[in-house]
Design a protein around this ligand. Structure first.
Ligand SMILES: Nc1ncnc2c1ncn2[C@@H]1O[C@H](COP(=O)(O)OP(=O)(O)OP(=O)(O)O)[C@@H](O)[C@H]1O
Ligand SMILES: [Mg+2]
Length: 316
């Protein structure tokens, strides 16, 4: 692979956290070697404490490796010049609680030195893209977990980064929010961005990632394209539609002549698909848009001054 095609590269990346006396406390990551291509969506998968966040922090230059190297866009992870091309959604977003969505994004735009008109337009675009239009003037301290995740994601996109690091992007989101987040990740991939995400939600990783690495106890256990890793090579699955009972019996006996038939059954859909279909099939009366927009409209309809009254009623 040519150097120009590589977005992220680690070589024998190792991190041992130490206590204040320098004694080893946790061997968080051991000799991780990875090469992630530009435009790839790459998933870091692993149970709690397996080293996912540690890997991301090392790649962001937020912590230093005990040994090994980490490069982003051809430069050492600690190189400040690469920061303009990077976006980061931390495991937990630390937001300024008294700012609203617009102010939050404008604040981060200012940090990146964006001109006022540009950052205003970008903030507006991201607020809409992340489905927060209805709450753009609300202080982020009043945001639900899922809304905070969305504004965190918007903040990670404010500088139109080339490489995105998303630490547990779907945590705290309901199934609709999760699907929207996954769609957004795929859209960003279409726009040519490289995305490294971590998760322990297996379905999320399966749906959006080109390749995955499975970490356990800080060590790389599996690496490869999702489809290849999941393929059971010695079993062939045949999917048929419109077969009557007689046809089914004939196919079953024909197959039995050539192979051991393990299963003939109807395929099942995922619980996520069932959930989303159920919600979409049963909209509330007159509800053409998502329930968030519906709710947003209701908030927008309050008579002038009544919001302030509602707030003071809530506070008292
Ligand atoms: N600042 C720290 N000081 C000491 N040990 C740490 C520190 N940060 C992480 N660790 C340890 O390093 C190991 C890996 O932690 P890490 O946060 O990278 O895991 P993770 O895969 O992101 O887990 P989770 O799914 O819970 O977010 C754990 O054993 C953790 O206790
Ligand atoms: Mg983590």
């Amino acid at each position: 692979m040519s150097e120009n095609n590589v977005a992220i590269e680690t070589e024998n990346l190792t991190k041992t956290y130490t206590d204040f006396r320098g004694r080893p406390k946790a061997r968080a990551l051991q000799e991780l070697s990875l090469t992630i291509k530009k435009g790839e969506v790459f998933g870091l998968l692993g149970p709690n404490g397996s080293g996912k966040t540690t890997t991301i922090k090392l790649l962001l230059g937020l912590i230093f490796p005990t040994s090994g190297t980490a490069k982003v866009l051809g430069k050492p992870a600690t190189d400040v010049s690469v920061k303009h091309s990077i976006g980061f959604l931390p495991e937990e977003s630390y937001l300024y609680k008294f700012l609203d969505a617009e102010e939050t994004l404008e604040f981060y735009g200012q940090i990146f030195g964006m001109k006022k008109a540009v950052r205003k337009a970008k903030a507006d675009e991201l607020i809409k893209r992340l489905g927060l239009d209805y709450a753009r003037k609300r202080q982020v301290k009043e945001y639900s977990k899922g809304m905070a995740r969305r504004i965190g994601f918007a903040q990670a996109l404010i500088n139109d980064p080339e490489v995105l690091f998303l630490d547990e992007p779907t945590s705290g989101l309901d199934p609709i929010g999760t699907r929207e987040m996954k769609d957004l990740i795929l859209q960003l991939k279409d726009e040519g961005k490289t995305i490294l995400l971590s998760s322990h939600l297996l379905a999320d990783v399966q749906d959006v990632c080109d390749r995955i690495a499975i970490l356990h106890l800080g060590t790389l256990r599996k690496l490869g394209p999702v489809k290849d890793l999941l393929k059971i090579k010695d079993i062939l699955q045949v999917t048929l539609a419109g077969l009557d009972d007689e046809g089914k019996d004939r196919v079953a006996s024909l197959l039995a002549e050539h192979a051991e038939v393990l299963d003939i059954s109807h395929p099942s859909e995922s619980l996520e698909d069932l959930f989303l279909k159920t919600i979409q099939e049963n909209p509330r009366e007159g509800d053409q848009e998502s329930y968030r927009q519906e709710w947003g409209r209701k908030v927008g309809q309050v008579v002038p001054g009544s919001e302030a009254k509602k707030e003071s009623a809530e506070e008292s």
